[in-house]
Design a protein around this ligand. Structure first.
Ligand SMILES: Nc1ncnc2c1ncn2[C@@H]1O[C@H](COP(=O)(O)OP(=O)(O)OP(=O)(O)O)[C@@H](O)[C@H]1O
Ligand SMILES: [Mg+2]
Length: 585
């Protein structure tokens, strides 16, 4: 499956619009009760707008003509009441939809974040974190803005315009035609340019994603920036994306607003047509002055919402573009599903059978690899840098699935083992351990949920039982030592120790150590070896190491190089193979 999200894909196709709306409707459906309240409030406030010109027209034609002050006062009071009801209804509608929008935003961010958690590593290899953050933060907010501020305006504007159109058509068809003619012109122009406006909006969101990616990368690399004193490099790169974002937002603003004056102009044009034609009709006795005033007010009640619709339309376009980018992520499915498959007859802990692997878009890293790991034995993977050792470890922990062939865990296809069971059986200490901001304790418990409720003393005692106390002593405040900014506050060796405790505490059946002692002093390394020796005898160990002295106690050594895995009979043989490989290259 392809996991690269499209950065500049064509937008606005009917199917993408349909897909976006299909995903949007269930979110809105949850809120149907509140939307119904807002809809009723909107109808009441629109009704008030529609009724007011009738009252004014009637007052002009009857009470003013007859100089009936009492009737006129009464009309004014009724008008005041109508306006008050209209304001109260409109207030209810704004408040209700505001809270609906925030809940939709909340649900959408949750859905998107859950989806991101569910996607395989291949997805994260191919997409920039900054762009994904922008999708979770900015794109969802475009939808919130549309739902909370624009959706009801959108519906009420359409409702008002339809209501007014029906009203004026029923009053006087020819006057109505004069009033509505400019609106048709605007409709045609909007229809012709909507594709272009949509594309501009999508471009603006994409450039915002690019901007976040750039910021994220430079913040991540701040140590290198300072060390090489290359602030100018990221400044230049940032300037490029910031310029692109600026140009995109200026051009989106232009596209969204260019037709605004057109709406004002069409309103004036309609009033002019109505007045001119109205005077002709009054002179020939076919129209009263009150009706003409009523008509003029209706023209305003039609073109006012139309101008509002234009503002709302740009918010709608932005929301659609945001939904398009969100849908793209939601539509992805993990390519690592749990498949059904029965166990084979096998005593091995882990097997590779004809395993081939390549990273998406990359060359073959492993070719036709066969390998069997037995219970309780220790194995070493050695080989030159870039030979494929970490890739093999990743396949053993099912971070990726093989492109061809199969990996078996306890005789079962690893793809059929439930993730929780696989995580319990396989303990993996990666080459670059990642820690979360918090304490040492939280980072250890992260991989051992069963101990989440343990007090610090209980957990320390448990670590003692697993012979891990000596490692904990390397932290001045023990389990409560702080870990800040994703592990930046502690040394790489200390990170590896935490990763080691995290993985061994759960007593996995298969423990994989990828260069787990590369940054650790010789004394501590000795401690780790003693801990490994005291693991339950049935634990299978896979040790990846460049320093060959760290693997002198293993049962078998595999030499991993350029896609192939061969058995090196002894340590001397492995050293020969490495030297030979070095000379050849
Ligand atoms: N995420 C990735 N995407 C694409 N190619 C990758 C990725 N990770 C590794 N590779 C490529 O796969 C090959 C094997 O990499 P791997 O990390 O398995 O090597 P290694 O033997 O662990 O090296 P080292 O000893 O430096 O840790 C390399 O050519 C590398 O460029
Ligand atoms: Mg590696």
């Amino acid at each position: 499956m392809k996991y690269k999200l499209e950065i500049a894909k064509p937008f606005g196709t009917k199917s993408s619009l349909r897909a976006g709306i299909r995903r949007f409707v269930p979110l809105i459906a949850e809120e149907r009760g509140h939307i119904a309240v807002a809809l009723v409030a909107m109808l009441v406030s629109s009704g008030a707008t529609l009724v007011a010109p009738v009252i004014i027209g009637r007052a002009t034609d009857t009470y003013i003509r007859l100089k009936d002050t009492r009737g006129l006062m009464l009309s004014a009071l009724v008008l005041l009441a109508v306006y008050c009801v209209g304001i109260a209804a409109s207030y209810t509608q704004i408040l209700t939809m505001g809270s609906v929008g925030r809940r939709v935003l909340f649900a959408l961010r949750n859905t998107l974040f859950t989806k991101l958690q569910d996607l395989p590593l291949a997805f994260f290899n191919e997409n920039k974190a900054g762009d994904l953050i922008s999708r979770v933060n900015n794109d969802t907010d475009k939808l919130n803005q549309f739902v909370s501020q624009a959706l009801m305006q959108f519906v009420s504007s359409l409702f008002l315009m339809t209501g007014v159109a029906i009203f004026v058509l029923s009053l006087n068809i020819r006057m109505a035609a004069a009033a509505l003619l400019p609106a048709f012109g605007v409709l045609v122009v909007t229809k012709l340019t909507s594709g272009w406006v949509k594309r501009r909006n999508l471009k603006s969101l994409q450039s915002l994603g690019g901007l976040s990616s750039e910021i994220q990368e430079s913040l991540h690399n701040f140590k290198v920036i300072v060390a090489f004193n290359r602030m100018d490099y990221f400044q230049r790169k940032f300037k490029v994306v910031n310029d692109a974002n600026y140009t995109a937002s200026v051009s989106t603003g232009f596209a969204n607003n260019i037709f605004m004056p057109l709406y004002g102009f069409s309103n004036h044009l309609a009033q002019l047509l109505v007045v001119a034609y109205g005077i002709v009709l009054i002179e020939s006795g076919q129209l009263t002055a009150g009706l003409l005033i009523g008509f003029l007010l209706y023209v305003n009640s039609f073109y006012g919402p139309m101008r509002q619709l234009a503002t709302v339309w740009s918010s709608f376009q932005l929301a659609l573009a945001g939904m398009d980018r969100i849908s793209e992520v939601l539509a992805l499915e993990s390519n690592m599903p749990v498949v059904s498959g029965g166990p084979r007859q096998s005593d091995s802990v882990l097997e590779f059978r004809n395993v081939c692997f390549q990273y998406p878009g990359g060359k073959d890293v492993l070719r036709d690899v066969d390998l069997t790991l037995e219970k309780g034995k220790a194995y070493a993977l050695v080989g030159p840098t870039g030979g494929g050792k970490t890739t093999m470890a990743s396949l053993m922990a099912r971070l990726y699935d093989p492109t061809e062939g199969s990996v078996f865990l306890n005789g079962c296809d690893i793809r059929s083992v439930a993730p929780a069971e696989r995580a319990r059986k396989v303990g993996y200490i990666p080459q670059e351990p990642f820690l979360f901001t918090g304490t040492v304790r939280e980072n250890i418990v992260y991989g051992n949920e069963d101990y989440a409720d343990y007090s610090t003393d209980q957990l320390a005692a448990l670590l003692g039982k697993s012979n891990l106390s000596s490692l904990l002593a390397r932290f001045p405040e023990g389990l409560e030592s702080p870990v800040t900014s994703g592990g930046n506050s502690i040394s790489l060796g200390q990170k590896q120790l935490i990763a080691f405790m995290r993985a061994t505490l759960r007593k996995p059946e298969l423990l994989i150590l990828d260069e787990a002692t590369a940054n650790i002093d010789t004394v501590t390394e000795q401690l780790l070896e003693e801990i490994l020796d005291r693991l339950p005898p049935e634990t299978t160990r896979v040790i990846i190491a460049h320093r060959l002295n760290t693997i002198d106690n293993v049962d078998q050594i595999f030499f991993v190089n350029s896609g192939g895995v061969t058995l090196a009979g002894s340590m001397e043989h492995a050293v020969d193979m490495l030297l030979h490989e070095k000379r050849a290259s």
